[in-house]
Ligand binder design. Structure first.
Ligand SMILES: Nc1ncnc2c1ncn2[C@@H]1O[C@H](COP(=O)(O)OP(=O)(O)OP(=O)(O)O)[C@@H](O)[C@H]1O
Ligand SMILES: [Mg+2]
Length: 375
């Protein structure tokens, strides 16, 4: 299978701003890469430039080490499952899936074997005789996926293939795609705006915003070491709590005091902070920072715990029972903080609560560059 390399690839559709601005990343042979980002960030454009369906304005694309900038989609031997699953209405599901192999002049026996294998792996063996018209959206997508997979392409590209799959079978369909990747060792590039899907499927995720790659990393990298405020806010559910603060580091104490209310502060004794973190944060002494803590890492306790390191007092607004855990919203000076809690908590709406975060669970961002302060 082939490795995919993009080097400083730009796409301009004629507008002032490029739709894709200098995309550079490599999808290794057999790797599963997900392009993730909000609507309009350039995911589909990037994918279509790899297929050859869209020309590139500048830069280089290589498949298996070969520059393909000027090759047709056919010459590139990539397969794409489309957002719109354009199946051929007069053909049955079987004939739709078989079609690419017939074009490739494969034998009848081989075609039959491949169609049944692929149909079984996608759980659509029972609808091979049906026509596309009578199928549900999710079934149509699986057929479209099957038709792309049956060719055993060198690179397999998917643009939101599950967007029309019903929520109750979405998990299964996603697991099937992951399974197909595991058994086929295909190089896969998959586009989605759904971070849960991205994190579930990817070996590595390429996060995009406004045509620019924000971070390339494993799901764990994105979650624990987001490169900047965009990634921090985009990855994770519910999103990270982000609070504009001012940082000071003196008298044995690190303080992140709220810009809206300087008397509110997250406080940490420097003796408990690793040396590397102190050094990095020292450079931001007396400067604005954005303090970030994930709802899963913000502890909600009785208010008498409020004097400990890194804690603030807030008012519980609402608590929802979610089954294996709960989610609380607590207000501190007009700012709502979200907090994942035990399934039930001994507090009522309106009660005062302590909100605390250990130093190792908080992140600091530089608001000028939006980048995370690394240590
Ligand atoms: N054929 C085209 N002609 C002109 N502009 C286009 C064309 N295709 C896309 N664009 C523009 O390029 C930008 C990126 O679009 P693209 O479709 O790649 O985004 P996307 O990340 O796939 O979004 P979505 O999640 O909505 O599918 C958008 O501003 C879009 O309007
Ligand atoms: Mg798109």
């Amino acid at each position: 299978m082939a490795k995919v390399e993009l080097e400083n690839v730009h796409k301009n559709y004629g507008a002032k701003e490029d739709a894709v601005k200098g995309a550079t990343f490599t999808c290794e042979d057999g790797e599963f890469i997900v392009l993730l980002g909000p609507s309009g960030c350039g995911k589909t454009t990037t994918l279509r430039m790899i297929t050859g369906l869209e020309s590139i304005t500048s830069g280089t694309i290589r498949l298996g080490g070969r520059v393909v900038n000027n090759l047709t989609p056919q010459q590139r031997n990539v397969a794409m499952a489309f957002e719109t699953y354009a199946l051929y209405p007069p053909l049955t599901v079987y004939e739709n899936i078989a079609f690419p192999l017939q074009v490739m002049k494969r034998s009848k026996a081989e075609i039959d074997k491949r169609v049944h294998e692929v149909a079984a792996s996608l759980s659509i063996s029972d609808i091979l005789d049906k026509y596309p018209e009578g199928l549900a959206g999710g079934q149509k997508q699986r057929v479209s996926l099957a038709r792309a997979l049956v060719r055993e392409p060198t690179v397999f590209l998917m643009d939101e293939p599950l967007s029309h799959v019903d929520a109750d079978v979405r998990y299964r369909a996603r697991a099937e795609i992951k399974h197909i990747h595991t058994v086929s060792h295909a190089t896969m590039i998959y586009v989605t705006h759904d971070q849960v899907e991205a994190v579930a499927l990817a070996d590595r995720v390429v996060v995009m915003d406004l045509g620019v790659i924000q971070q390339i990393g494993t799901p764990l990298d994105l979650y624990y070491r987001p490169a900047n405020l965009f990634v921090a806010g985009f990855i994770g559910e519910p999103p990270m709590n982000l609070i504009p603060c001012n940082l000071t580091l003196d008298g044995g104490m690190l303080r992140a005091s709220w810009q809206s209310r300087p008397d509110l502060e997250w406080r940490y004794q420097t003796e408990n902070i690793p040396e590397t973190a102190l050094r990095a944060l020292q450079a931001h002494h007396n400067r604005p920072v954005v303090f970030g803590v994930r709802p899963q890492r913000l502890a909600l306790r009785a208010p008498d715990a409020a004097s400990s390191d890194g804690s603030l007092t807030g008012k519980l607004l609402v608590h929802e029972f979610l089954g294996k855990d709960g989610i609380a919203q607590a207000e501190v000076d007009g700012t709502v903080l979200e907090c994942i809690t035990a399934p039930s908590i001994p507090f009522q709406a309106g009660d005062l609560v302590s909100l605390s975060a250990a130093f190792e669970d908080v992140l600091f961002f530089d608001p000028d560059t939006t980048r995370r302060i690394e240590y």
